[in-house]
Design a protein around this ligand. Structure first.
Ligand code: MOS
Length: 733
């Protein structure tokens, strides 16, 4: 019906790009208000114990300091654990900011200084004296492995006979890997601006991946009616999972606003960005057994991750080892060690980033042991069914990822022998790995309104954490109704809009996109229905003869502007709201995205320096709504994977129980000079089962497998197998 070239699939620029690069886009801490007060958080310096006394007298003497809130001086809050729970809460008893005198971790917020200016609040914070009763703490996962318990996760049950088959296998690998604590560190630190309205209601600009999650949390913690708490997040300067839960600056800012009946902003410092959730450190043992041809006979993946004393954070850490390859004898286990730290938090491809790292390094080791090409080993073990669920994949173009990635990279020119390729002093290493991530869909709602100016406004409470949501939703809507993209506005980031899930898990396009598509399709039906009433010439035409394109309804050589049709409607506009459920077609299938990553490293033989020279990432993720924003997601994921392999590590001084390198000077992430050439290939993948759009989501698959490919390339370059991440030059020398 639609004769216009589809907008979906075009590499459009971000519709919010100009607002962002010209500074017009406002972030949470950039909303002005008259009489705005500024809060600065004072954090604990011990990892475990009790607060004996908080002396704020010196701080309060300073002119312009309005209040110091602590557990003894604050408005009433709920004491029920459940009220502090949220849509991404881990199992356990959530942290309650400024609730009582318990110190649960180093960096815990213990007081909020509120002053006329941020500088004054910060200075006054340095004058707050806290006396503690200190207790012995433990922050080192490796020193407390024996204190682990089974993770409350739905770890797939064992199948077959791992032990028996492992014992009989012609080739085996038994290797243990370690990953580091990583903190999200988006460019925009967490911040909340709470605007206190004359009627006592709150309008809050928060850095979050879920405005309704925050609204619900504040409703419960402070007993505020929901219609008096509106949470907005029009622009989010990166989040990567750090905004999935309400962070503590939000309740602190609300506490101060309610206490003082004033507008208050609380912004966390870069150092304080290390005082809440993070990707948890893990120790993972992989045992793989194969026959002489490399066919997997036995897979065991036993992982231990760290968590806090108050919540059991779990992620999908070991599942991948039971589903990425075909194997009938699988045993998976996942345990947690509670430490005196804050609860970990989902971070980009939570679980897969660390779990697939271990699996894909072990597969490389198995390939070496079996004297097989690592790519060939993976081809031999390709699975078209998810062994954990016993279901076929709705689509899985992983073999095409292997082929196209390998061709582009030039993999066939690889000498399999380690240390065999060099350029002068530089040892050259080529490594590869596979990646996998779930393709989920959640319930979501959207509203679409076509007005008499012919403009379509579509809205949903989702966010755009930099992924391109504004743009791709506008594309989906434009196509569905045949409007140029310039005539479509997508509105998001507001708790008062139709319900949307948290933005995470790579499921925003599938979930919110499905709601947007359905809302626009129903709207289109309404327009057509109205047109047939208003324009009798249309009434007798078969539906196939009528199309929507370029803002018009077209039939034969005639066209009627959608704006004119809207103007004839009783209200002067059309409006539709839809609640979209996950597609029922998904049920009998397993749905996932896949990738194959190829990496070239140069290792200086004398100095041990590691340079990732080039990366080819071939991704199968269904249909792309926007190849440009999708590519950006994969590029970012690859860079993150390089960081995981070579740079990122929150280093804890276990004597003090605190993170030492809590700044971007010492917490290393890749800079431009660390990033070589990255090529992204999107493999064609048709999937009409996963959802109406056929799009699986690309937010997370980009990072999965990258660190393993780097590690495997380093082995190929040097002959050294480093199993603790990040791999630094001192471990190579
Ligand atoms: Mo992502 S960790 O699902 O924000």
């Amino acid at each position: 019906m639609n004769r216009m070239p589809p907008v979906i699939g075009q590499p459009l620029d971000r519709v919010d790009g100009v607002a962002k690069v010209t500074g017009q886009a406002r972030y949470a801490s950039e909303y002005p208000a008259t009489g705005l007060l500024h809060g600065s958080v004072v954090c604990s310096t011990i990892a475990r114990g009790r607060v004996l006394r908080i002396d704020s007298s010196e701080a309060l003497k300073l002119p312009g300091v309005i209040a110091v809130l602590d557990h003894a001086h604050r408005p009433a809050v709920s004491s029920y654990d459940d009220d502090y729970s949220d849509a991404d809460a881990a199992k356990g008893t959530p942290f309650r900011p400024l609730f009582n005198d318990r110190v649960l971790y180093s960096g815990q917020p213990l007081a909020l200084v509120v002053a006329d200016s941020l500088e004054l609040a910060r200075h006054a914070g340095s004058l707050v004296h806290i006396d503690y009763h200190e207790e012995a703490h433990q922050t080192d996962l490796l020193a407390a492995l024996d204190q682990s318990h089974e993770a409350p996760a739905e770890t797939p049950a064992a199948r077959g006979d791992f032990a028996g088959q492992f014992a009989k296998a012609a080739v085996t690998v038994d290797a243990t890997y370690q990953t580091a604590n990583e903190h999200h560190n988006p460019m925009e630190p967490h911040a909340s601006t709470v605007l206190y309205k004359a009627d006592g209601s709150l309008e809050i600009h928060d850095k979050t991946q879920g405005t309704q999650n925050c609204q619900d949390y504040l409703h419960k913690v402070f007993g505020l009616p929901k219609d008096q708490v509106r949470v907005l997040a029009a622009f989010v300067g990166g989040a990567f999972g750090s905004g999935l839960r309400p962070q503590y600056q939000l309740p602190l800012a609300v506490m101060a606003a309610l206490h003082l009946k004033r507008s208050v902003r609380v912004t966390l410092t870069r150092q304080q960005m290390f005082t809440f959730g993070y990707r948890p450190r893990t120790r993972q043992r992989l045992r793989l057994g194969a026959d002489a041809d490399g066919r997997l006979l036995a897979v065991a993946h036993d992982a231990i991750g760290q968590t806090s004393r108050f919540e059991d954070f779990t992620e999908h850490l070991v599942e991948w080892s039971g589903m990425l390859y075909r194997c009938d004898n699988v045993a998976l286990s996942y345990r947690l060690t509670p430490l005196d730290v804050f609860t970990p938090l989902d971070m980009r491809a939570p679980g897969a980033a660390s779990g697939v790292l271990a699996l894909e390094c072990a597969m490389d080791e198995l390939a070496c042991a079996a004297k097989l090409d690592p790519l060939e080993l993976r081809r031999v073990n390709f699975a078209d069914r998810n062994g954990n669920e016993g279901k076929p994949y709705s689509s899985k173009e992983l073999l095409a990822c292997y082929d196209q990635g390998a061709r582009r990279f030039g993999w066939s020119g690889r000498n399999v022998i380690p240390r065999s390729m060099r350029r002068g002093r530089q040892l050259i290493g080529w490594g590869m790995a596979g990646g996998v991530w779930e393709a989920m869909q959640m319930k979501a709602s959207a509203k679409a309104r076509l007005d008499a100016q012919g403009h379509l406004t579509v809205s949903s409470a989702t966010t755009d954490i930099g992924t391109g949501t504004y743009t791709v939703m506008a594309q989906i809507a434009a196509d569905a109704i045949g409007l140029p993209i310039a005539d479509v506005t997508f509105v998001l980031g507001d708790s008062s809009l139709p319900t949307a899930p948290l933005q995470g898990g790579s499921f925003t396009v599938s979930s919110v996109g499905a709601a947007v598509l359905q809302a626009c399709q129903v709207l289109r039906g309404k327009v057509l229905e109205r047109a047939r009433v208003a324009y009798p010439a249309l009434a007798s035409l078969p539906l196939e003869a009528i199309s929507f394109a370029d803002g018009h309804l077209q039939f034969g050589k005639q066209r009627i502007a959608l704006a004119d049709i809207a103007a004839t409607s009783p209200k002067g506009f059309f409006e539709v709201q839809i609640d979209a459920e996950p597609s029922a077609k998904r049920q009998p299938f397993s749905t996932a995205t896949h990738s194959a990553v190829f990496v070239e490293v140069l290792v200086d033989e004398a100095l041990g320096t590691i340079k990732v020279n080039r990366v080819v990432s071939a991704v199968a993720a269904g249909r792309l709504v926007n190849p440009k924003t999708a590519r950006s997601q994969i590029l970012g994921g690859v860079v993150w994977g390089l960081g995981m392999a070579l740079h990122e590590q929150a280093q804890t001084d276990h004597e003090l129980g605190r993170i030492l390198n809590h700044n971007l000077a010492e917490y290393h992430i890749p800079v431009n000079a660390d990033v070589g050439d990255i090529e992204v290939i999107f493999v064609e993948e048709q999937d009409d089962i996963v959802n109406e759009l056929g799009s699986k989501g690309v937010g997370e698959i980009g990072v999965v497998g990258v660190a393993a490919a780097v590690a495997n390339a380093i082995y190929h370059a040097t002959g050294k197998r480093i199993r603790a991440f990040p791999i630094t030059l001192d471990t190579l020398l």
